[in-house]
Design a protein around this ligand. Structure first.
Ligand SMILES: O=C(O)CCC(=O)C(=O)O
Length: 297
């Protein structure tokens, strides 16, 4: 039990739980304390410094086109939980697991992680998409936590969310010319009111939680402040991925809390496989390069 629960408070209120169900996303204040935040940001700074030797994207780094050894410009650190145990400690912390249990139930597994960095001035936009199009599961009790490592404001490229889009009985088309491209062509989505998007802003240490079927995206960072967002993809333990299963041992090593199961819960959810794979591999930024009709750029 966290100190909040002991004091009779819940990090996620009943109202927020209803909002999550209705809108498909919420922002929860002060999930990560200042000490942890400082430790994480130090680790991130070190990882970025080590990218100076790298000239091309690899298993750890996705680079901005203008990355140089003198001025490392990293767009994403891939699967940070594999490179430093602090990322695993954070997703396993009492306050984080309290939120995850409230939204996904007692048994939760980490599906993946990524750290998206928008540098001041030109940090990359992310076109509209549903995470579900990338990693469908046997049921949709799956979400992404966005840990704000910096203050996220209206002008430094906050995540934008389309309320209620997670409840629609379809997966939007994320293909172009017959290949997955990791993005929705806005011209093929006249049923989506992109102008109604809500900005997920907050202070460093706050977290957004968004449902796997929610349509979301983000503008580029036009401000002079960085925006680093650490994303954890988490699922109920009985939601099994329909793609990229390596071994039961590896799968179970990613349990965050509760019990694993070999009995997936299968539900009537709309599914469209991300196949044939994207022409450009490596990250969502690479997948989306092919998209001809762009919303943000
Ligand atoms: O970085 C962001 O603002 C959104 C990123 C995102 O949606 C993703 O990487 O799937």
């Amino acid at each position: 039990m966290s100190e909040f629960q002991r004091a009779g408070w819940a990090l996620i209120s009943t109202e927020q739980l209803s909002k999550y169900k209705e809108d498909g996303f919420i922002v929860v204040r002060s999930v990560v304390d200042e000490i942890m935040l400082r430790r994480i940001n130090n680790v991130v700074d070190n990882l970025i410094a080590q990218s100076a030797d790298i000239k091309e994207h690899n298993d750890i780094y996705d680079l901005e086109p203008n990355h140089t050894p003198e001025q490392p410009r990293v767009r994403r650190i891939k699967t940070p939980h594999k490179w430093d145990s602090i990322f695993w400690d954070l997703v396993n912390s009492e306050r984080m697991t309290e939120c995850l249990r409230a939204l996904l139930g007692p048994n939760v597994r980490l599906h993946g992680s990524k750290l998206n960095m928008k540098l001041p001035g030109d940090g990359a936009a992310v076109e509209w998409h549903q995470d579900w199009a990338f990693y469908p599961h046997t049921n949709d009790d799956v979400l992404a936590v966005g840990v704000m490592l910096d203050d996220v404001t209206d002008d430094n490229g906050p995540m934008l969310a389309i309320s209620g889009s997670h409840n629609q009985p379809k997966v939007w088309d994320h293909h172009q010319d017959g290949f997955f491209c990791g993005a929705i062509n806005p011209e093929n989505a006249s049923d989506v009111n992109f102008d109604s998007a809500v900005r997920c802003t907050g202070r460093a240490g706050d977290c957004s939680f968004h449902h796997v079927r929610l349509i979301h995206g983000s503008e580029s960072n036009t401000s002079l402040k960085p925006r680093r967002l650490l994303l954890y993809e988490c699922s109920a333990a009985d939601a099994w991925p329909l793609l990229r299963f390596s071994s039961l041992e590896e799968f179970d090593s990613r349990m965050i809390c509760g019990e694993s199961t070999i009995e997936p819960r299968s539900e009537d959810v709309p599914i469209r496989m991300p196949l044939p794979p994207a022409v450009r591999q490596g990250s969502i930024y690479e997948n989306q390069i092919e998209l001809r009709n762009r919303y943000f750029t």
